[in-house]
Design a protein around this ligand. Structure first.
Ligand code: NAD
Length: 453
Protein backbone atom coordinates (compact mmCIF):
# COMPACT_ATOMS: atom_id res chain seq x y z
CA UNK A 1 0.00 0.00 0.00
CA UNK A 2 1.26 3.48 -0.73
CA UNK A 3 1.32 6.70 1.19
CA UNK A 4 -1.82 8.75 1.41
CA UNK A 5 -3.93 6.00 2.84
CA UNK A 6 -5.72 7.10 5.95
CA UNK A 7 -7.12 4.81 8.61
CA UNK A 8 -10.65 5.00 7.23
CA UNK A 9 -9.54 3.92 3.77
CA UNK A 10 -7.41 1.19 5.22
CA UNK A 11 -10.34 -0.28 7.09
CA UNK A 12 -12.54 -0.23 4.01
CA UNK A 13 -9.76 -1.79 1.99
CA UNK A 14 -9.25 -4.53 4.50
CA UNK A 15 -12.97 -5.17 4.79
CA UNK A 16 -13.29 -5.53 1.05
CA UNK A 17 -10.46 -8.03 0.90
CA UNK A 18 -8.15 -5.89 -1.16
CA UNK A 19 -4.48 -6.72 -0.88
CA UNK A 20 -1.24 -5.17 -2.01
CA UNK A 21 -1.18 -3.42 -5.35
CA UNK A 22 -3.68 -0.74 -4.45
CA UNK A 23 -2.92 2.95 -4.75
CA UNK A 24 -5.02 5.47 -2.93
CA UNK A 25 -5.80 9.07 -3.79
CA UNK A 26 -7.97 10.27 -0.96
CA UNK A 27 -9.32 13.48 -2.44
CA UNK A 28 -10.58 12.30 -5.77
CA UNK A 29 -11.95 8.83 -5.35
CA UNK A 30 -9.86 5.72 -4.94
CA UNK A 31 -7.33 4.49 -7.49
CA UNK A 32 -6.43 0.87 -7.86
CA UNK A 33 -3.27 0.16 -9.79
CA UNK A 34 -2.86 -2.61 -12.35
CA UNK A 35 -0.73 -5.58 -11.33
CA UNK A 36 2.26 -6.30 -13.52
CA UNK A 37 2.46 -9.69 -15.21
CA UNK A 38 5.17 -11.55 -17.04
CA UNK A 39 2.70 -13.88 -18.70
CA UNK A 40 1.03 -13.72 -22.08
CA UNK A 41 -2.43 -12.19 -22.34
CA UNK A 42 -5.29 -14.66 -22.83
CA UNK A 43 -7.42 -12.20 -24.81
CA UNK A 44 -8.72 -14.19 -27.78
CA UNK A 45 -7.17 -17.39 -26.39
CA UNK A 46 -7.68 -20.36 -28.72
CA UNK A 47 -6.44 -23.83 -27.83
CA UNK A 48 -6.25 -27.12 -29.73
CA UNK A 49 -9.69 -28.49 -30.62
CA UNK A 50 -10.96 -31.29 -28.40
CA UNK A 51 -12.64 -34.19 -30.15
CA UNK A 52 -14.63 -34.97 -27.03
CA UNK A 53 -14.88 -32.67 -24.02
CA UNK A 54 -14.20 -34.74 -20.90
CA UNK A 55 -15.88 -33.04 -17.98
CA UNK A 56 -15.45 -33.00 -14.21
CA UNK A 57 -18.20 -31.27 -12.24
CA UNK A 58 -17.87 -29.71 -8.79
CA UNK A 59 -21.20 -29.07 -7.10
CA UNK A 60 -24.40 -30.79 -8.13
CA UNK A 61 -26.95 -28.86 -6.08
CA UNK A 62 -29.81 -26.96 -7.66
CA UNK A 63 -27.76 -25.39 -10.43
CA UNK A 64 -25.31 -28.23 -11.09
CA UNK A 65 -28.19 -30.63 -11.68
CA UNK A 66 -29.55 -28.38 -14.43
CA UNK A 67 -26.20 -28.10 -16.20
CA UNK A 68 -25.56 -31.83 -15.89
CA UNK A 69 -28.83 -32.48 -17.74
CA UNK A 70 -27.55 -30.36 -20.61
CA UNK A 71 -24.16 -32.05 -20.85
CA UNK A 72 -25.97 -35.39 -21.06
CA UNK A 73 -27.82 -34.02 -24.12
CA UNK A 74 -24.97 -32.25 -25.94
CA UNK A 75 -22.97 -34.30 -28.42
CA UNK A 76 -19.25 -34.67 -27.82
CA UNK A 77 -19.23 -34.61 -24.01
CA UNK A 78 -18.34 -37.20 -21.38
CA UNK A 79 -18.93 -36.80 -17.65
CA UNK A 80 -15.84 -38.37 -16.11
CA UNK A 81 -16.22 -37.39 -12.46
CA UNK A 82 -18.38 -35.48 -10.02
CA UNK A 83 -17.28 -33.89 -6.74
CA UNK A 84 -19.76 -32.76 -4.12
CA UNK A 85 -19.12 -32.71 -0.39
CA UNK A 86 -22.75 -33.79 0.12
CA UNK A 87 -22.64 -37.46 -0.84
CA UNK A 88 -26.38 -37.87 -1.60
CA UNK A 89 -26.14 -35.11 -4.22
CA UNK A 90 -23.12 -36.75 -5.91
CA UNK A 91 -24.73 -40.18 -5.81
CA UNK A 92 -27.96 -38.88 -7.36
CA UNK A 93 -25.99 -37.18 -10.15
CA UNK A 94 -23.96 -40.33 -10.75
CA UNK A 95 -27.16 -42.39 -11.01
CA UNK A 96 -28.61 -39.89 -13.44
CA UNK A 97 -25.66 -40.38 -15.81
CA UNK A 98 -26.02 -44.16 -15.65
CA UNK A 99 -29.81 -44.01 -16.12
CA UNK A 100 -29.26 -41.86 -19.22
CA UNK A 101 -27.08 -44.64 -20.65
CA UNK A 102 -23.64 -43.13 -20.01
CA UNK A 103 -20.50 -44.41 -18.35
CA UNK A 104 -20.65 -44.23 -14.55
CA UNK A 105 -18.68 -41.17 -13.42
CA UNK A 106 -16.45 -41.47 -10.34
CA UNK A 107 -17.54 -39.42 -7.38
CA UNK A 108 -15.54 -37.46 -4.79
CA UNK A 109 -17.47 -36.76 -1.62
CA UNK A 110 -14.88 -36.73 1.15
CA UNK A 111 -15.12 -33.15 2.45
CA UNK A 112 -14.57 -29.64 1.17
CA UNK A 113 -11.28 -30.31 -0.62
CA UNK A 114 -11.88 -33.75 -2.11
CA UNK A 115 -12.40 -32.03 -5.46
CA UNK A 116 -8.60 -31.68 -5.53
CA UNK A 117 -8.28 -35.46 -5.84
CA UNK A 118 -10.57 -35.27 -8.85
CA UNK A 119 -8.29 -32.63 -10.36
CA UNK A 120 -5.36 -35.08 -10.25
CA UNK A 121 -6.99 -37.15 -12.98
CA UNK A 122 -5.50 -36.94 -16.44
CA UNK A 123 -8.75 -37.73 -18.26
CA UNK A 124 -10.53 -34.40 -17.58
CA UNK A 125 -10.33 -31.42 -19.97
CA UNK A 126 -12.81 -29.03 -18.41
CA UNK A 127 -13.96 -28.49 -14.84
CA UNK A 128 -17.44 -27.05 -14.33
CA UNK A 129 -17.89 -25.35 -10.94
CA UNK A 130 -21.40 -24.96 -9.52
CA UNK A 131 -20.69 -24.37 -5.85
CA UNK A 132 -21.40 -21.43 -3.47
CA UNK A 133 -19.78 -18.11 -4.46
CA UNK A 134 -16.77 -18.19 -2.15
CA UNK A 135 -15.59 -21.44 -3.71
CA UNK A 136 -15.65 -20.37 -7.37
CA UNK A 137 -12.20 -18.76 -7.49
CA UNK A 138 -10.21 -21.26 -5.38
CA UNK A 139 -11.68 -24.16 -7.32
CA UNK A 140 -11.07 -22.52 -10.72
CA UNK A 141 -7.49 -21.63 -9.75
CA UNK A 142 -6.85 -25.20 -8.63
CA UNK A 143 -8.41 -26.55 -11.84
CA UNK A 144 -6.26 -24.36 -14.10
CA UNK A 145 -3.12 -25.16 -12.12
CA UNK A 146 -3.98 -28.84 -12.64
CA UNK A 147 -4.02 -28.24 -16.42
CA UNK A 148 -7.79 -28.05 -16.93
CA UNK A 149 -10.00 -25.35 -18.42
CA UNK A 150 -12.18 -23.78 -15.73
CA UNK A 151 -15.83 -22.78 -16.05
CA UNK A 152 -17.75 -21.43 -13.13
CA UNK A 153 -21.12 -20.08 -12.14
CA UNK A 154 -21.67 -16.41 -11.41
CA UNK A 155 -20.14 -14.36 -9.88
CA UNK A 156 -16.64 -15.64 -10.61
CA UNK A 157 -15.14 -13.91 -7.56
CA UNK A 158 -16.21 -12.05 -4.43
CA UNK A 159 -13.04 -10.01 -3.75
CA UNK A 160 -10.67 -8.03 -5.99
CA UNK A 161 -7.85 -10.31 -4.92
CA UNK A 162 -9.83 -13.28 -6.25
CA UNK A 163 -10.42 -11.43 -9.54
CA UNK A 164 -6.67 -11.00 -9.96
CA UNK A 165 -6.00 -14.62 -9.00
CA UNK A 166 -8.24 -15.76 -11.85
CA UNK A 167 -6.55 -13.46 -14.36
CA UNK A 168 -3.02 -14.33 -13.20
CA UNK A 169 -3.69 -18.08 -13.21
CA UNK A 170 -5.36 -18.11 -16.62
CA UNK A 171 -2.43 -16.15 -18.06
CA UNK A 172 0.16 -18.35 -16.33
CA UNK A 173 -1.44 -21.63 -17.42
CA UNK A 174 -2.89 -20.38 -20.76
CA UNK A 175 -6.10 -22.19 -19.84
CA UNK A 176 -9.59 -20.91 -20.47
CA UNK A 177 -11.39 -19.42 -17.51
CA UNK A 178 -14.99 -18.60 -18.31
CA UNK A 179 -17.64 -17.35 -15.95
CA UNK A 180 -20.84 -18.87 -17.29
CA UNK A 181 -23.01 -15.76 -17.63
CA UNK A 182 -26.04 -17.47 -19.11
CA UNK A 183 -28.02 -14.25 -19.60
CA UNK A 184 -25.66 -13.30 -22.43
CA UNK A 185 -27.42 -16.09 -24.35
CA UNK A 186 -31.01 -14.96 -23.70
CA UNK A 187 -33.09 -14.39 -26.81
CA UNK A 188 -33.60 -10.66 -26.22
CA UNK A 189 -29.99 -10.16 -25.13
CA UNK A 190 -28.56 -11.90 -28.20
CA UNK A 191 -30.97 -9.94 -30.40
CA UNK A 192 -29.69 -6.71 -28.85
CA UNK A 193 -26.09 -7.86 -29.44
CA UNK A 194 -26.97 -8.57 -33.05
CA UNK A 195 -28.50 -5.09 -33.41
CA UNK A 196 -25.53 -3.44 -31.71
CA UNK A 197 -23.12 -5.21 -34.06
CA UNK A 198 -25.20 -4.17 -37.08
CA UNK A 199 -25.00 -0.55 -35.90
CA UNK A 200 -28.78 -0.26 -35.45
CA UNK A 201 -28.44 1.72 -32.20
CA UNK A 202 -25.76 4.02 -33.67
CA UNK A 203 -22.95 4.87 -31.26
CA UNK A 204 -23.67 3.39 -27.85
CA UNK A 205 -24.08 5.88 -25.02
CA UNK A 206 -25.75 4.35 -22.01
CA UNK A 207 -26.97 1.07 -20.51
CA UNK A 208 -29.20 0.16 -17.58
CA UNK A 209 -29.37 -3.29 -16.06
CA UNK A 210 -30.26 -5.08 -12.89
CA UNK A 211 -30.86 -8.21 -10.94
CA UNK A 212 -34.21 -7.55 -9.30
CA UNK A 213 -35.57 -10.84 -8.06
CA UNK A 214 -37.49 -11.38 -4.85
CA UNK A 215 -35.45 -14.22 -3.31
CA UNK A 216 -36.47 -13.76 0.32
CA UNK A 217 -37.94 -17.28 0.20
CA UNK A 218 -34.38 -18.64 0.00
CA UNK A 219 -33.98 -17.65 3.65
CA UNK A 220 -36.10 -20.71 4.43
CA UNK A 221 -33.14 -22.93 3.45
CA UNK A 222 -31.24 -23.35 6.68
CA UNK A 223 -28.95 -26.36 6.46
CA UNK A 224 -28.69 -26.95 2.72
CA UNK A 225 -29.58 -25.23 -0.52
CA UNK A 226 -28.84 -21.81 -1.95
CA UNK A 227 -30.31 -19.73 0.87
CA UNK A 228 -28.25 -21.55 3.49
CA UNK A 229 -25.06 -19.86 2.23
CA UNK A 230 -26.35 -16.92 0.17
CA UNK A 231 -28.14 -15.33 3.14
CA UNK A 232 -24.74 -14.92 4.83
CA UNK A 233 -23.67 -12.45 2.14
CA UNK A 234 -26.57 -10.19 3.16
CA UNK A 235 -25.26 -10.30 6.72
CA UNK A 236 -21.61 -9.54 5.93
CA UNK A 237 -21.60 -7.31 2.83
CA UNK A 238 -23.31 -4.14 1.62
CA UNK A 239 -23.18 -3.50 -2.13
CA UNK A 240 -24.16 -5.20 -5.36
CA UNK A 241 -23.85 -8.87 -4.45
CA UNK A 242 -24.84 -10.26 -7.85
CA UNK A 243 -24.02 -7.86 -10.67
CA UNK A 244 -23.27 -10.08 -13.65
CA UNK A 245 -26.67 -11.16 -15.00
CA UNK A 246 -27.59 -7.64 -16.05
CA UNK A 247 -24.07 -6.38 -16.67
CA UNK A 248 -22.76 -9.23 -18.84
CA UNK A 249 -24.97 -8.51 -21.86
CA UNK A 250 -24.55 -4.72 -21.57
CA UNK A 251 -20.77 -5.25 -21.46
CA UNK A 252 -20.90 -7.34 -24.59
CA UNK A 253 -22.98 -4.74 -26.46
CA UNK A 254 -20.43 -2.08 -25.40
CA UNK A 255 -17.29 -4.13 -26.20
CA UNK A 256 -16.06 -3.96 -22.62
CA UNK A 257 -12.51 -5.42 -22.51
CA UNK A 258 -12.52 -5.36 -26.32
CA UNK A 259 -12.21 -1.70 -27.23
CA UNK A 260 -13.67 -0.13 -24.09
CA UNK A 261 -13.38 -0.95 -20.39
CA UNK A 262 -14.93 -0.06 -17.07
CA UNK A 263 -13.11 2.99 -15.70
CA UNK A 264 -14.73 3.79 -12.34
CA UNK A 265 -17.94 3.35 -10.38
CA UNK A 266 -19.92 4.96 -7.64
CA UNK A 267 -22.44 3.05 -5.59
CA UNK A 268 -25.26 3.70 -3.11
CA UNK A 269 -27.41 1.34 -1.08
CA UNK A 270 -30.88 1.85 0.39
CA UNK A 271 -31.59 0.83 3.99
CA UNK A 272 -31.53 -2.91 4.70
CA UNK A 273 -35.01 -3.64 6.04
CA UNK A 274 -36.71 -6.38 4.06
CA UNK A 275 -34.80 -9.41 5.28
CA UNK A 276 -35.23 -8.58 8.95
CA UNK A 277 -38.94 -8.01 8.34
CA UNK A 278 -39.20 -11.34 6.51
CA UNK A 279 -37.36 -13.14 9.32
CA UNK A 280 -39.65 -11.58 11.93
CA UNK A 281 -42.70 -12.80 10.04
CA UNK A 282 -41.43 -16.30 9.26
CA UNK A 283 -39.22 -17.45 12.15
CA UNK A 284 -39.41 -17.53 15.96
CA UNK A 285 -37.55 -14.71 17.77
CA UNK A 286 -34.65 -16.93 18.85
CA UNK A 287 -34.13 -18.36 15.36
CA UNK A 288 -30.74 -17.66 13.69
CA UNK A 289 -32.55 -15.73 10.95
CA UNK A 290 -33.82 -13.33 13.65
CA UNK A 291 -30.51 -13.21 15.50
CA UNK A 292 -28.70 -11.99 12.38
CA UNK A 293 -28.18 -8.35 11.47
CA UNK A 294 -28.79 -7.80 7.77
CA UNK A 295 -26.54 -5.05 6.45
CA UNK A 296 -26.87 -5.29 2.67
CA UNK A 297 -29.13 -2.46 1.49
CA UNK A 298 -32.25 -3.93 -0.08
CA UNK A 299 -31.70 -1.90 -3.27
CA UNK A 300 -28.18 -1.10 -4.44
CA UNK A 301 -27.65 1.27 -7.36
CA UNK A 302 -24.22 1.47 -8.97
CA UNK A 303 -23.14 3.79 -11.78
CA UNK A 304 -20.21 2.83 -13.98
CA UNK A 305 -18.27 5.12 -16.30
CA UNK A 306 -16.36 3.50 -19.14
CA UNK A 307 -13.06 4.61 -20.62
CA UNK A 308 -14.91 5.80 -23.75
CA UNK A 309 -17.22 7.86 -21.55
CA UNK A 310 -20.34 5.69 -21.65
CA UNK A 311 -22.49 5.24 -18.56
CA UNK A 312 -24.08 2.12 -17.11
CA UNK A 313 -26.51 1.80 -14.22
CA UNK A 314 -26.58 -1.58 -12.51
CA UNK A 315 -28.99 -2.39 -9.69
CA UNK A 316 -29.33 -5.26 -7.24
CA UNK A 317 -32.38 -6.09 -5.17
CA UNK A 318 -33.21 -9.64 -4.12
CA UNK A 319 -35.25 -8.56 -1.11
CA UNK A 320 -38.13 -6.27 -2.08
CA UNK A 321 -41.57 -7.40 -3.21
CA UNK A 322 -41.11 -6.33 -6.80
CA UNK A 323 -41.52 -8.13 -10.15
CA UNK A 324 -38.45 -9.70 -11.68
CA UNK A 325 -36.35 -7.47 -13.93
CA UNK A 326 -32.91 -7.27 -15.49
CA UNK A 327 -33.94 -3.97 -17.23
CA UNK A 328 -31.60 -4.68 -20.17
CA UNK A 329 -31.68 -1.16 -21.58
CA UNK A 330 -29.21 -0.18 -24.27
CA UNK A 331 -29.27 3.30 -25.74
CA UNK A 332 -27.35 4.77 -28.64
CA UNK A 333 -27.44 7.79 -30.92
CA UNK A 334 -29.97 6.07 -33.20
CA UNK A 335 -32.22 4.11 -30.87
CA UNK A 336 -33.02 2.35 -27.63
CA UNK A 337 -34.00 -1.19 -26.66
CA UNK A 338 -35.34 -2.07 -23.26
CA UNK A 339 -36.60 -5.21 -21.53
CA UNK A 340 -39.24 -5.90 -18.85
CA UNK A 341 -41.41 -5.45 -20.84
CA UNK A 342 -39.68 -5.57 -24.22
CA UNK A 343 -39.69 -2.20 -25.99
CA UNK A 344 -37.73 -0.69 -28.84
CA UNK A 345 -37.42 2.57 -30.75
CA UNK A 346 -35.10 3.01 -33.70
CA UNK A 347 -34.67 6.11 -35.82
CA UNK A 348 -35.95 5.57 -39.36
CA UNK A 349 -38.33 2.76 -38.36
CA UNK A 350 -41.18 5.01 -37.14
CA UNK A 351 -41.68 7.84 -34.68
CA UNK A 352 -39.19 7.91 -31.84
CA UNK A 353 -41.46 9.56 -29.27
CA UNK A 354 -43.17 6.24 -28.71
CA UNK A 355 -42.09 2.63 -28.55
CA UNK A 356 -42.33 0.85 -31.90
CA UNK A 357 -43.47 -2.62 -32.97
CA UNK A 358 -41.42 -5.18 -31.01
CA UNK A 359 -42.67 -8.15 -33.05
CA UNK A 360 -41.43 -6.56 -36.27
CA UNK A 361 -38.08 -5.79 -34.67
CA UNK A 362 -37.75 -9.40 -33.52
CA UNK A 363 -38.59 -10.61 -37.01
CA UNK A 364 -35.87 -8.40 -38.45
CA UNK A 365 -33.15 -8.93 -35.85
CA UNK A 366 -33.75 -12.22 -34.02
CA UNK A 367 -30.32 -13.68 -33.36
CA UNK A 368 -29.05 -16.42 -35.72
CA UNK A 369 -28.49 -18.84 -32.80
CA UNK A 370 -32.06 -18.43 -31.60
CA UNK A 371 -33.38 -18.84 -35.13
CA UNK A 372 -31.45 -22.06 -35.64
CA UNK A 373 -31.73 -23.68 -32.22
CA UNK A 374 -34.40 -21.76 -30.29
CA UNK A 375 -36.91 -24.63 -30.35
CA UNK A 376 -34.36 -27.24 -29.19
CA UNK A 377 -33.14 -24.85 -26.50
CA UNK A 378 -36.65 -24.15 -25.19
CA UNK A 379 -37.31 -27.89 -24.94
CA UNK A 380 -33.98 -28.52 -23.19
CA UNK A 381 -34.91 -25.67 -20.83
CA UNK A 382 -32.92 -23.68 -18.31
CA UNK A 383 -34.24 -20.12 -17.99
CA UNK A 384 -36.25 -20.44 -21.19
CA UNK A 385 -33.39 -22.06 -23.14
CA UNK A 386 -30.54 -19.59 -22.56
CA UNK A 387 -28.69 -22.05 -20.32
CA UNK A 388 -28.76 -24.74 -22.96
CA UNK A 389 -27.51 -22.37 -25.67
CA UNK A 390 -24.66 -21.28 -23.40
CA UNK A 391 -23.61 -24.85 -22.61
CA UNK A 392 -23.92 -25.86 -26.25
CA UNK A 393 -21.83 -22.89 -27.34
CA UNK A 394 -19.09 -23.60 -24.74
CA UNK A 395 -18.77 -27.18 -25.95
CA UNK A 396 -18.87 -26.06 -29.59
CA UNK A 397 -16.00 -23.60 -29.03
CA UNK A 398 -13.91 -26.20 -27.16
CA UNK A 399 -14.47 -28.81 -29.87
CA UNK A 400 -13.56 -26.35 -32.61
CA UNK A 401 -10.61 -24.65 -30.95
CA UNK A 402 -12.38 -21.27 -30.95
CA UNK A 403 -11.97 -18.48 -28.40
CA UNK A 404 -14.80 -18.49 -25.86
CA UNK A 405 -17.41 -15.73 -25.92
CA UNK A 406 -16.51 -14.69 -22.36
CA UNK A 407 -12.93 -14.69 -21.11
CA UNK A 408 -11.23 -14.29 -17.77
CA UNK A 409 -11.10 -10.49 -18.14
CA UNK A 410 -14.90 -10.46 -18.45
CA UNK A 411 -15.19 -12.76 -15.44
CA UNK A 412 -12.96 -10.45 -13.39
CA UNK A 413 -14.33 -7.07 -14.44
CA UNK A 414 -18.02 -8.02 -14.29
CA UNK A 415 -17.55 -9.70 -10.89
CA UNK A 416 -15.40 -6.83 -9.56
CA UNK A 417 -18.54 -4.69 -9.32
CA UNK A 418 -19.32 -6.68 -6.15
CA UNK A 419 -16.28 -5.67 -4.06
CA UNK A 420 -15.87 -2.24 -5.71
CA UNK A 421 -19.48 -1.33 -4.94
CA UNK A 422 -18.93 -2.41 -1.32
CA UNK A 423 -15.95 -0.05 -1.10
CA UNK A 424 -17.93 2.84 -2.59
CA UNK A 425 -20.99 2.28 -0.40
CA UNK A 426 -18.78 2.15 2.69
CA UNK A 427 -17.23 5.52 1.82
CA UNK A 428 -20.19 7.78 1.02
CA UNK A 429 -20.42 6.58 -2.59
CA UNK A 430 -16.96 7.81 -3.41
CA UNK A 431 -15.83 6.90 -6.92
CA UNK A 432 -13.59 3.85 -7.12
CA UNK A 433 -11.38 2.97 -10.07
CA UNK A 434 -11.69 -0.40 -11.75
CA UNK A 435 -8.40 -2.22 -12.20
CA UNK A 436 -7.64 -2.78 -15.87
CA UNK A 437 -7.56 -6.56 -15.69
CA UNK A 438 -6.49 -6.72 -19.36
CA UNK A 439 -3.36 -4.65 -18.53
CA UNK A 440 -3.97 -2.50 -21.60
CA UNK A 441 -4.89 -5.32 -24.01
CA UNK A 442 -8.49 -4.04 -24.17
CA UNK A 443 -7.29 -1.34 -26.56
CA UNK A 444 -6.39 -3.84 -29.26
CA UNK A 445 -8.59 -6.86 -28.46
CA UNK A 446 -10.99 -7.82 -31.22
CA UNK A 447 -14.67 -7.19 -30.41
CA UNK A 448 -16.90 -10.21 -29.89
CA UNK A 449 -18.71 -10.91 -33.15
CA UNK A 450 -22.38 -11.65 -33.65
CA UNK A 451 -21.78 -15.32 -32.62
CA UNK A 452 -23.22 -16.94 -35.72
CA UNK A 453 -22.70 -20.63 -34.95
N1 NAD B 1 -26.74 -18.41 -13.68
C1 NAD B 1 -27.89 -18.64 -13.07
O1 NAD B 1 -28.96 -18.36 -13.61
C2 NAD B 1 -27.87 -19.28 -11.72
C3 NAD B 1 -29.04 -19.79 -11.15
C4 NAD B 1 -28.95 -20.41 -9.90
C5 NAD B 1 -27.72 -20.50 -9.26
N2 NAD B 1 -26.62 -19.99 -9.83
C6 NAD B 1 -25.30 -20.09 -9.19
O2 NAD B 1 -24.93 -21.46 -9.12
C7 NAD B 1 -24.10 -21.67 -7.98
C8 NAD B 1 -24.67 -22.82 -7.16
O3 NAD B 1 -25.94 -22.44 -6.68
P1 NAD B 1 -27.01 -23.53 -6.24
O4 NAD B 1 -28.30 -22.83 -6.19
O5 NAD B 1 -26.89 -24.76 -7.06
O6 NAD B 1 -26.50 -23.85 -4.74
P2 NAD B 1 -26.71 -25.21 -3.95
O7 NAD B 1 -26.40 -24.89 -2.54
O8 NAD B 1 -28.03 -25.81 -4.29
O9 NAD B 1 -25.61 -26.17 -4.56
C9 NAD B 1 -24.24 -26.06 -4.29
C10 NAD B 1 -23.62 -27.46 -4.27
O10 NAD B 1 -22.22 -27.33 -4.05
C11 NAD B 1 -21.84 -28.30 -3.10
N3 NAD B 1 -20.60 -27.85 -2.45
C12 NAD B 1 -20.45 -26.82 -1.57
N4 NAD B 1 -19.16 -26.72 -1.18
C13 NAD B 1 -18.50 -27.71 -1.83
C14 NAD B 1 -17.15 -28.15 -1.82
N5 NAD B 1 -16.21 -27.55 -1.08
N6 NAD B 1 -16.81 -29.22 -2.57
C15 NAD B 1 -17.74 -29.85 -3.32
N7 NAD B 1 -19.05 -29.48 -3.36
C16 NAD B 1 -19.41 -28.43 -2.62
C17 NAD B 1 -23.02 -28.42 -2.17
O11 NAD B 1 -23.02 -29.65 -1.45
C18 NAD B 1 -24.18 -28.31 -3.13
O12 NAD B 1 -24.59 -29.58 -3.63
C19 NAD B 1 -24.08 -20.33 -7.25
O13 NAD B 1 -22.93 -19.64 -7.62
C20 NAD B 1 -25.28 -19.59 -7.76
O14 NAD B 1 -25.15 -18.20 -7.71
C21 NAD B 1 -26.68 -19.38 -11.05
Amino acid sequence: MTEGMNRRNFMITAAAGIGAGMVVGCNSGRKISARPSINRSVAGLAVDPLDVVRIGIIGVGGRGRGHLGHYLKIEGTQIKAIADNHAPAALAAQKRCVDAGFEKPDIYTNGDFDYRRMLERSDIDAVMIFTPWRWHTPMAVDAMNAGKHAFMEVPAAVTLEQCWQLVDTSEKTQKHCMMMENVCYGREELMALNMARLGIFGDLLHGECAYIHDLRGQMNSIKRGTGSWRTLHHITRNGNLYPTHGLGPISQYMNINRGDRFDYLTSMSSPALGRAAFAKKKFPPDHMRNQAKYICGDMNTTLIKTALGRSVMVQHDTTSPRPYSRINLIQGTKGTLCGYPNRVTIEGRGGTHNWQDWQQCQKDFDHPLWKSMGEIAKKAGGHGGMDFIMNWRMIYCLRNGLPLDQDVYDAASWSAVGPLSEMSVADRSTSIDFPDFTRGAYKTSKPLGIITV
